[in-house]
Design a protein around this ligand. Structure first.
Ligand code: MEV
Length: 328
């Protein structure tokens, strides 16, 4: 008999603390209402994983369950394959209960935006497997298996994107999930601009690591200053002091520029947004491309979005504070 489950998880935007969060500091991340969808069907056929992920050019991929994680794995399938492997290896289910698994993914957002489609696909795979096999996993267990998956595939990363996909909302997060704490934010009006350039997170982490090797004192001072901004931003959110929230975004951006992860294009979009009245604007994520964000008041959005487009950015319309992984 075939059993099918569909789940979805949100994309994310980093609000403060990127890069420093890789090294033990906190960050703040919000989930967005564009989601990654994943369907898993379990059937009594060969013990094999098959994957169709047309958004990332994967069709008809097949691998025996015993071979998961081995051999050459196409880029578009790595996170899902390792998530399935790590779910099986977690020992939460008898191996003999798992037979043929067919997984299909479909995203509402482009994988180039830096919204965390890879982490969201790992989280969805773990959640869907637990549901299809009727194993209860807590949110923390889904986080742990999915975060291991991210580390297995890319070697580096704080796990903030995994936490955002699992828990949703807006989170205060410390490296590896040491603290995952929801922030009570009723609304967070952001304009978002895509730079048109896909950034590679690991390349950017390595770039900052090289700078840190050259000048450890400078980089550590920057990380400490970023961590202070995150703490202040947490307070500012709680008081709904958006002017302060915006000012802190600008301060965070100045420090990210010192880490050399902003680009001319992102700078132009950020300056454009500030000039058009944003409370604050910064890159969101690793830098080197992907998206920038700008905080605005009730009326400010159209002018800020115009300014982002004038600087060559593509405006993306999303709401923040979205729900975490769920069964559809
Ligand atoms: C990437 O979006 C944000 C980084 O801090 C990496 C991470 O936290 O995993 C650069």
């Amino acid at each position: 008999m075939q059993r099918t489950i569909s789940v979805s998880a949100p994309g994310k935007l980093m609000l403060y603390g990127e890069h420093a969060v890789v090294y033990g500091h906190p960050c703040i991340v919000t989930a967005v209402d564009q989601r990654l969808h994943l369907t898993v069907s379990q059937s009594a056929t060969r013990r094999e994983l098959s994957v169709d992920a047309p958004d990332v050019a994967v069709t008809g991929y097949k691998k025996p369950l015993e071979e998961l994680g081995k051999g050459v794995i196409p880029k578009g399938v790595r996170f899902v394959e390792y998530a399935v492997k790590n779910f099986i290896d977690s020992g939460r289910v008898l191996r003999s209960r798992i037979a043929g698994l067919h997984i299909i993914t479909k995203s509402e957002f482009a994988s180039t935006f830096g919204f965390g489609s890879s982490s969201a696909s790992a989280v969805c795979a773990v959640k869907a497997l637990s549901e299809v096999l009727e194993i209860h996993l807590s949110s923390k267990e889904i986080f742990e298996i999915s975060y291991k998956t991210v580390l297995d595939v890319q070697g580096k990363g704080s796990g903030f994107d995994v936490a955002s996909a699992v828990y949703g909302g807006t989170l205060y997060f410390v490296t590896g999930g040491k603290i995952i704490s929801p922030l009570a934010i009723s609304h967070l009006p952001l304009a978002i601009g895509y730079s048109g350039v896909k950034a590679d997170t690991v390349t950017l982490i390595n770039k900052v690591a090289a700078l840190s090797k050259e000048n450890p004192e400078l980089v550590n001072t920057i990380y400490t200053a970023i961590a202070e901004i995150v703490e202040k931003a947490k307070w500012a959110f709680e008081k709904e002091d958006f002017e302060e929230v915006g000012r802190l975004m600008n301060e965070n951006q100045a420090l990210l520029s010192k880490l050399e992860v902003s680009t001319e294009k992102l700078d132009a979009m950020i300056m454009g947004a500030r000039g058009a009245g944003a409370f604050g604007a910064k890159i969101s994520g690793a830098g080197g491309g992907d998206c920038m964000i700008a905080l605005h008041d009730a009326q400010g959005k159209p002018a800020i979005e115009n300014a982002i487009e004038k600087a060559g950015g593509e405006v993306i319309d999303v709401s923040t504070n979205a729900e975490g992984v769920r069964v559809e």
